[in-house]
Design a protein around this ligand. Structure first.
Ligand code: NAP
Length: 249
């Protein structure tokens, strides 16, 4: 295999959840650049249209990952247009930050339902096609805080740690069928999710990062591309930490 070929994704169909912004958007564009036929989802019609403008007509879809029927319809739509989904990036997620003392059941349930159960449901819906093709790359976007913990994010940390455990179980179950499952644990990446922090918080954060900057969405997209491609074929059940060194295992 040539060096370039170890990254190429030609002929592969990819689905990225939460591709309207941030990491998901950068990832969808990068997988397309590598040659995949990429579909991305947003929760709104406007978001889906914007995705179609950057990925191609019909490639932006509306999906709420808490809706099981919508997941089935999305997977059917993508498979109908481009064949079985070979690369799945479970990226969609939300935060509902609150100290545990004050956390409502609803804050817990919303985050677990979207970030963990959503990923499980989309993965399960893609399995039939992957099993038939005897090929699959399932990549979950976890988080550094799923490992290090973070005050005010008990729900989000639990979901992100859960996604890694889920992925390891899937890696065990499906490795023999040519399907890999991994998670990437980003550190702090410059997206809408972290733009909620004020300047002082961002400066304090940068001081904890050996590389001295927040990550860019493209830093995560590059790692997704590698895990999805031929060069990543022998990696499964792993967490890849992409965090500028802020947390070292
Ligand atoms: P973001 O800018 O907040 O974008 C979130 C994406 O998820 C959007 O496309 C959003 O769609 C979609 N989404 C939200 N709820 C959804 C639902 N119920 N169903 C389907 N899609 C939904 O997030 P980001 O910062 O790029 O983060 C992307 C991933 O990286 C997430 O898993 C996040 O937890 C993880 N992560 C981020 C950081 C960071 O520092 N940013 C660090 C570690 C991990 P709409 O646009 O339609 O709302």
């Amino acid at each position: 295999m040539s060096a370039i070929d170890s990254y190429r994704l030609d002929g592969k169909c990819a689905l990225v959840t939460g591709a309207s912004r941030g990491i998901g958007h950068a990832t969808a564009l990068w997988l397309k650049e590598l040659g995949a036929e990429v579909f991305g989802t947003a929760t709104t019609e406007g978001g889906a249209e914007a995705i179609s403008e950057s990925l191609g007509a019909g490639c932006g879809l509306v999906l709420n990952v808490t809706d099981g029927e919508a997941i089935a319809a999305t997977v059917a739509e993508v498979s109908g247009q481009a064949g079985p989904i070979a690369i799945l990036v479970n990226n969609a997620a939300i935060t509902r930050d609150q100290l545990l003392m004050r956390m409502k059941d609803e804050d817990w349930d919303d985050v677990l339902d979207t970030n963990l159960r959503g990923a499980m449901r989309v993965t399960r819906a893609c399995l039939r096609g992957m099993l038939k093709a005897r090929f699959g790359r399932i990549i979950g976007i976890s988080s550094v805080v799923g490992y290090a913990g973070n005050p005010g994010q008990a729900n989000y940390c639990a979901a992100k740690a859960g996604l890694a455990g889920f992925s390891r179980a899937v890696a065990h179950e499906l490795g023999a069928r040519g399907i890999t499952a991994n998670v990437i644990a980003p550190g702090f990446i410059d997206t809408d999710m972290t733009r909620a922090l004020d300047e002082t918080q961002r400066d304090r954060l940068k001081g904890t990062i050996p590389l001295g900057r927040l990550g860019e969405p493209s830093d995560i997209a590059a790692c997704v591309g590698f895990l999805a491609g031929p060069g990543g074929a022998y990696i499964t059940g792993q967490t890849v930490h992409v965090n500028g060194g802020m947390y070292m295992t």
